[in-house]
Write a protein that binds this ligand. Structure first.
Ligand code: FES
Ligand code: FES
Length: 156
């Protein structure tokens, strides 16, 4: 079985697996990470989003081989209960979620946006979250939360 190397949440990682397997399978299975979620399995819902480089990608339809030598970030690499990322603090402050399912992928889309564009407009945020499904009606609060996080992260 070929060995694929990449950096996962900053740590060098090596996986022996079929290189065509979806990254999501590897992250949740072999690597035991619960952050990226399986939703549609077809690249349509965004629940499985992780960051590769500075872009949010759907890990359910991203083959393992394509992340060789790249930086992969999952929710686990964003923050923790003890040290939440500003986005996580802002989502709580704005009460910007009702389920724990889709929001994992939404946070990754937002984090990728802030990585590329630390001062996004509301239009930028809406465009960045466009590929994430949320059915509970929290979208406006999510946009406010991302803008709040961007503001909190800005150098004073
Ligand atoms: S599970 Fe990957 S986009 Fe829905
Ligand atoms: S936060 Fe999950 S459906 Fe809206």
């Amino acid at each position: 079985m070929p060995s694929i190397r990449f950096r996962l949440n900053g740590a060098p990682t090596e996986v022996d697996a079929d290189p065509d397997r979806p990254l999501l399978d590897i992250l949740r299975g072999k690597l035991g990470l619960a952050g990226p979620h399986f939703g549609c399995g077809a690249g349509e819902c965004g629940a499985c989003h992780v960051i590769v480089g500075d872009r949010a990608v759907t890990s359910c339809d991203t083959p393992l081989w394509s992340v060789a030598d790249k930086d992969v970030t999952t929710l686990e690499g964003l923050g923790s209960a003890e040290r939440p990322h500003p986005l996580q603090r802002a989502f709580i402050a704005e009460q910007a979620m009702q389920c724990g399912y889709c929001v994992a992928g939404i946070l990754m889309s937002a984090a990728a946006l802030l990585k590329r564009n630390p001062k996004p407009t509301e239009t930028d945020v809406r465009a960045a979250l466009d590929r994430n499904l949320c059915r509970c009606g929290s979208q406006n609060r999510m946009v406010r939360a991302v803008l709040r996080a961007a503001n909190d992260m800005a150098p004073s």
